[in-house]
Design a protein around this ligand. Structure first.
Ligand SMILES: C[S@@+](CC[C@H](N)C(=O)[O-])C[C@H]1O[C@@H](n2cnc3c(N)ncnc32)[C@H](O)[C@@H]1O
Length: 231
């Protein structure tokens, strides 16, 4: 009987995953690395995740259906959800097949509803550079940076996010090798991520560096590291 019930739950899960609706898929290629890095957290209680840049919710839905499956786990999603906002970088906007920010947000909401995960998700609508300052320090197990792709945005998202992570928390930067603007390098994330990696090198441990960059916040900064900080 138990086996039968378990099967039913699995069937329901597959059915709801099949009802999700997206216009783009920038996320699936990363699943093998995410499985490797986040897999040990699957189903744990009380996980607190943050995503900067949710779009239609594809990466959010993967986190919710694969890792944040315990009823006490939570995901905060920051997105500007407005294609006309001056703080959304034009370069990335050109790659969005959705017509308006409203379409994007409606699809995000509908996908979260399909997973019946509304109670787990906090949606924060606006510019990450401002909203990140309203979140509690040292409180997230994991943060995904996939919002504005300019180097300055990625750098400021990284700097603000680092202090929001719990010690040993994980931070993933997307699109380290994306080069949509070879003629204007600062419109790509690469230089911003490199700047973060250089200036905060004493505060993280490198986990993975390829198309995405994954770091773990150090438990604590040692005395010799601290001497590098301004007094
Ligand atoms: C590449 S998409 C995110 C894709 C999503 N993580 C996924 O894998 O399906 C980038 C998102 O960042 C949002 N965005 C762009 N600039 C932003 C900013 N300054 N603050 C907050 N969100 C921003 C856009 O609205 C867009 O939805």
């Amino acid at each position: 009987m138990c086996f039968y019930l378990h099967d039913l739950q699995e069937t329901d899960k597959i059915k709801s995953l099949m009802s999700l609706s997206f216009t783009s898929d920038w996320f699936s290629p990363h699943i093998p690395v995410w499985e490797e890095v986040l897999g040990h957290l699957k189903g744990k209680p009380g996980l607190v995740f943050l995503e900067i840049g949710s779009y239609e919710g594809r990466s959010a839905c993967w986190m919710l259906s694969t890792i944040l499956t315990h009823p006490t786990s939570r995901l905060t999603c920051i997105d500007i959800f407005d294609l006309n906002d001056e703080n959304i970088d034009i370069g990335a906007r050109l790659h969005f097949p959705v017509l308006t920010g409203e379409d994007m947000e409606q699809r995000f909401d509908a996908n979260i509803h399909v997973l019946q995960a509304e109670s787990k998700v906090t949606k924060l609508k606006g510019q990450s550079r401002k909203l990140l300052r309203s979140l509690p320090l040292d409180s997230f197990d994991f943060i995904y940076i996939d919002g504005s792709h300019t180097s300055s945005s990625v750098l400021s998202d990284g700097v603000l996010a680092l202090d929001l992570l719990k010690p040993n928390g994980l931070l993933i930067f997307d699109d380290y090798r994306w080069n949509g603007f070879p003629e204007a390098p600062l419109r790509n994330p690469h230089a911003g991520i490199d700047a973060f990696l250089t200036f905060f090198k004493d505060e993280y441990e490198m986990i993975h560096k390829d198309y995405q960059v994954i770091v773990r916040r150090k438990e604590k900064v040692t005395a010799s590291d601290a001497s590098l900080r301004p007094h």
